[in-house]
Design a protein around this ligand. Structure first.
Ligand code: C2O
Ligand code: CU
Length: 640
């Protein structure tokens, strides 16, 4: 898929250059170049589009409906041997340009307007180009002609840059729930989520009784030294990297007081994977205001889900999480394992560059070997947390093990694995369990897209905390789609869905907030033009994720867990696979479903937080709710 997309882009650009040069620069006989090379490239493009279509129509729809018609026009207009009519060259070049534009900067669905605009743009552009070449250009001396042409081109480009840059500026203050197009997913109109109805700031956890556990987390700037020696200019909760590991019991009413000592831009805490009431979700500008230096905010929620979760700031999250404003929160089961350890992995920007470090429950991270003593015979649970943007693979060597949970949800009857790698996407969590053998167990990273450094951290669990790491046994990567046994989930692929949404992950070249560059897109758009998925409480919702880009996108829905129904057309055959952060790799298609049972306004975004900061965010909005908060530079709230 990546390869086909690459080919599609390269051929489109080649065609534009070829036709542009043929029409406007090279005098004389270039007809054969335009004809035959053009035809060959067009054939290639049609083939590539056909391939995309064969995988899924939604991968190909914009190419077929918007980009291919001008391509065919370009080939048809290419002048025959001997020159042909004077309009042919500019028309062919213009058509090639439109094709190239539609490929490099794909339109947003439903594509109808773009498809209709193509012939109009072609006619106008051809007319102007022809006028220039054969009516105006003719009358000027060569030097003047070149100067005027260059002036016009430069002027147009500059005007385009300024207009694009200005138009893409994010507003100083905006209501997040009012952005973009509302998508009703084929269901009844579930409104706008913008005005009226219930104020989501009233959707708090219980405020009327004593909490079972209380924590205070203080966000501050500070230097921290890793065990392996690197110094980090960090932003921390409570001065440690990661922040303190919070451990609570199922059913506890948890109260966390967030204090901001001196993080200039303000902070929040989002409880990643915990489906808390909307007002406790910690998104600056959507569910609360960012907490300024000297300020504080109290979160309260009942820990209903047992499992491994993490918390992090959702104010300028790309930067704040990277610099350390995150930690692990575990909701312990009624009968925990004998030894229960969380193992977060994060790439730190230290004085020796950027490298990944592992830590173990409460310990300071190390980019080297972290040792931990565990008595043989103990039942061990390790909670692997990928607190970064990109996937990591772990190899477990030295003991047969099971994957007990994914993204904080227990799997049904997981079977024993030996020498398997576990691929954990950005923001994702895998819990593994095993019985401690009399010899050392090694957890090593076998793939890490979060750093270029070749130091790979290792966790060595052994009876006395010493012992040698045996060589990593890589083995196949576990595929959750067929792991464990099916169990009842209340709904599945054959259910009737109230709404079905499509999320086409792609990329484009565009302006975003005044800056030009390549941007990841959702349905061809960047925030705030991305869709808001509108639902009503209680509905059963299906979402199709399709990745037509060159990068992984770990898609995270706040406040809900999604049940994976299928991947690339293949249904889940193993344990129910619930996820809150689903890594969608290039070319992959997933169908997921969830019950809309947690009302409010929720973020739904790529958890590659750099992508989110570039506009890869959208929302899930329940009918009848609105937020009193705003985002934008004038509000102090910048969730990404
Ligand atoms: Cu872990 Cu919206 O984030
Ligand atoms: Cu992404």
């Amino acid at each position: 898929m990546d390869a086909i997309l690459g080919v599609l882009n390269i051929m489109a650009i080649t065609l534009v250059l070829l036709y542009g040069v043929g029409a406007f620069v090279l005098p004389g006989r270039v007809e054969c170049v335009m004809r035959w090379c053009g035809a060959a490239l067009a054939l290639g493009q049609v083939g590539a589009a056909g391939y995309l279509w064969s995988v899924d129509w939604r991968f190909a729809a914009d190419v077929v409906l918007v980009a291919l018609p001008p391509l065919l026009a370009a080939v048809a207009f290419a002048p025959p041997m001997g020159g042909g009519a004077a309009w042919r060259r500019p028309a062919a070049a213009m058509a090639a340009l439109l094709h190239g534009y539609a490929i490099v900067s794909p339109p947003a669905p439903p594509y109808v307007v773009d498809a209709l605009l193509m012939p109009v743009a072609l006619a106008v552009g051809t007319g102007l180009a022809w006028l220039w070449q054969h009516r105006i250009g003719d009358r000027l001396r060569r030097g003047v002609r070149v100067a005027v042409a260059a002036g016009v081109v430069i002027g147009l480009v500059l005007a385009g840059v300024v207009a694009g840059s200005v138009a893409s500026r994010l507003p100083d203050a905006a209501n997040m729930a009012e952005h973009g197009a509302v998508d009703n997913g084929g269901g009844a109109n579930a409104g706008h989520g913008g005005h009226g109805g219930t104020d989501i700031s009233t959707l708090t956890g219980p405020r009327d009784r004593e909490p079972d556990v209380r924590y205070t987390l203080t966000a501050r700037v500070g230097r921290v030294r890793l065990v392996s020696g690197e110094t980090i200019d960090a932003w921390t909760y409570d001065g440690t990297l990661p922040g303190p590991e919070l451990r609570v019991h199922q059913g506890d009413l948890v109260e966390v007081t967030l204090v901001n000592a001196d993080i200039p831009a303000g902070v929040t805490i989002h409880w990643h994977g915990l489906d808390v009431p909307n007002a406790e979700d910690g998104v600056a500008g959507l569910t609360q205001d960012a907490v300024p230096p000297g300020g504080q905010h109290v979160y309260r929620f009942v820990a209903e889900q047992v499992g491994t979760f993490w918390y992090h700031s959702h104010q300028q999250s790309a930067e704040q999480v990277r610099r350390g404003l995150f930690g692990v929160i575990v909701v312990e089961p009624p009968t925990p394992a004998d030894v229960d350890l969380a193992v977060p992995a994060h790439a730190w920007d230290g004085d020796r560059g950027r490298s990944t470090a592992l830590s173990v429950t409460g310990g300071t991270p190390s980019t080297g070997v972290t040792r931990h003593a565990v008595p043989p015979g103990s039942r061990v649970r390790l909670r692997l947390v990928n607190a970064d943007n990109q996937p990591r693979a772990y190899a477990v060597t030295g003991v047969p093990f099971r994957v007990a949970a994914i993204d904080g949800t227990e799997l049904s009857e997981p079977t024993e694995l030996t020498e398997h790698q576990l691929l954990v996407g950005g923001g994702g969590r895998y819990d593994i369990v095993f019985t401690m053998p009399p010899s050392a167990v090694r957890i090593a990273l076998t793939r890490d897209d979060n750093t270029d450094s070749d130091t790979t951290p290792t966790l060595l669990v052994s009876p006395d905390g010493s012992g040698e790491a045996r060589p990593v046994a890589e083995g196949p990567v576990l595929d959750p789609i067929g792991y464990g046994s099916p169990a009842d989930t209340g709904f599945g692929p054959d259910s009737t869905f109230d709404r079905t949404f499509t999320v086409l992950l792609g990329e484009t070249i565009t302006f975003y907030n005044g800056h030009f560059g390549q941007r990841p897109t959702i349905n061809g758009s960047v925030y705030p033009n991305t869709p808001a998925f509108a639902v009503r409480q209680g509905e059963l919702v299906k979402v199709d994720f399709l990745n037509r880009s060159f990068e992984d996108h770990p898609m995270h829905l706040h406040g809900h867990h999604m049940l994976v129904l299928s991947r690339n057309g293949e249904s889940t055959t193993g344990s129910p696979w619930w996820t809150d952060t689903l890594n969608v790799a290039p070319g992959e298609r997933y169908e997921v479903a969830f019950r809309a049972d947690n009302p409010g306004l929720w973020m739904d975004h790529c958890h590659n937080l750099e992508h989110a900061a570039d506009g890869m965010t959208m929302h899930l909005t329940y009918e009848g709710y609105h937020t009193p908060y705003e985002v934008g530079s004038a509000t102090g709230n910048q969730p990404e």
